[in-house]
Design a protein around this ligand. Structure first.
Ligand SMILES: [Zn+2]
Length: 292
């Protein structure tokens, strides 16, 4: 079984506000254990979380060995104040605060640092993001500081411009990465960056009625075309479902992600796909705790 390279143990795939609220007055251990049990039953032995602001993934890290799961977490994600990221972490307003958050994550046991460099897709309108992303020089500085602290960087990023800047700055793993242009995919393929494209949170929306299916399908198909292109170019691509996100249950989400990924690169390429996904996963494991 593949590892889950992008999960949110604090969420439940149904209603993130309700799921997060469960832990507001203290971490509910039983909720975490239920998610670990699902992964264990399915033979998923590697899980990489995206962090949260309530200490849930930190708590989970201590429980994971009981389930035989190699669980990695950034503890919390770091975002610029006033921008996207509040549900998964803490905000900074200046470089002093940013550096302090990086150090704090390290002290709390982070395996890598997670940063937020852009918004998310507006699922009711193809091509639109909730916000376009931070300026290039800020993204570059965020990555530089983390590497200087000896940690690897996981970046939540969508949109061509911010993602290009992050890859050029030596980003370790790119999460989501929707709406990339060909030049950026070429750059990605020749870089050290590992891409986790997270198709399940988009594809699983089809038919649910929350957003117009034709818009969701365009977003999904564009991402699949980018994956197919990057795969052919030799880019490092990993399997992460964003499980915990709406309609992406823990465990099943990873199976869904694999099916979407297989559709993207072509079922006839499955042996090569499996090999490439495993390679990316082992590089992600190696990279935790250090920037190489
Ligand atoms: Zn996520």
């Amino acid at each position: 079984m593949f590892g889950e390279c992008h999960a949110h143990i604090i969420m439940d795939g149904k209603n993130y506000k309700a799921a997060v609220a469960l832990h507001k007055s203290g971490v509910k251990e039983e909720v975490i254990r239920a998610h670990f049990r699902i992964w264990k039953e399915m033979g998923i032995t590697f899980v990489r979380d995206g962090g949260d602001a309530l200490g849930v993934s930190r708590w989970a890290k201590a429980l994971a060995p009981e389930y035989g799961i190699d669980y990695r977490t950034p503890i919390f994600a770091i975002h610029k104040r006033g921008h996207y990221g509040g549900i998964v972490g803490h905000a900074f307003s200046d470089w002093k605060e940013y550096h302090a958050l990086v150090v704090r994550a390290k002290e709390e046991g982070a395996d890598f640092i997670k940063i937020m460099i852009s918004g998310i897709m507006s699922f009711d309108c193809f091509g639109r993001l909730t916000e376009e992303g931070l300026p290039e020089h800020e993204i570059c500085e965020m990555i530089r500081i983390v590497h200087e602290e000896g940690m690897a960087v996981m970046a939540h990023g969508n949109g061509d411009r911010p993602v290009r800047a992050a890859i050029e700055a030596g980003l370790d793993t790119l999460e989501h990465g929707n709406y990339l242009e060909q030049g950026t995919l070429d750059l990605l393929a020749g870089s050290r960056t590992i891409w986790i494209p997270t198709l399940a949170p988009v594809g699983n929306l089809l038919g649910c009625g929350r957003f117009p299916d034709e818009q969701v399908r365009r977003i999904l198909e564009r991402q699949m075309e980018c994956i197919s292109y990057a795969f052919e170019k030799g880019a490092a691509i990993g399997l992460g479902s964003d499980s915990g996100a709406y309609l992406v249950p823990h465990g099943q989400g990873l199976l869904d992600e694999y099916e979407w990924m297989k559709t993207a690169v072509g079922a006839e390429k499955e042996p090569a796909l499996k090999k490439r996904l495993r390679e990316a996963e082992s590089r992600i494991k190696e990279r935790s705790r250090r920037a190489c």
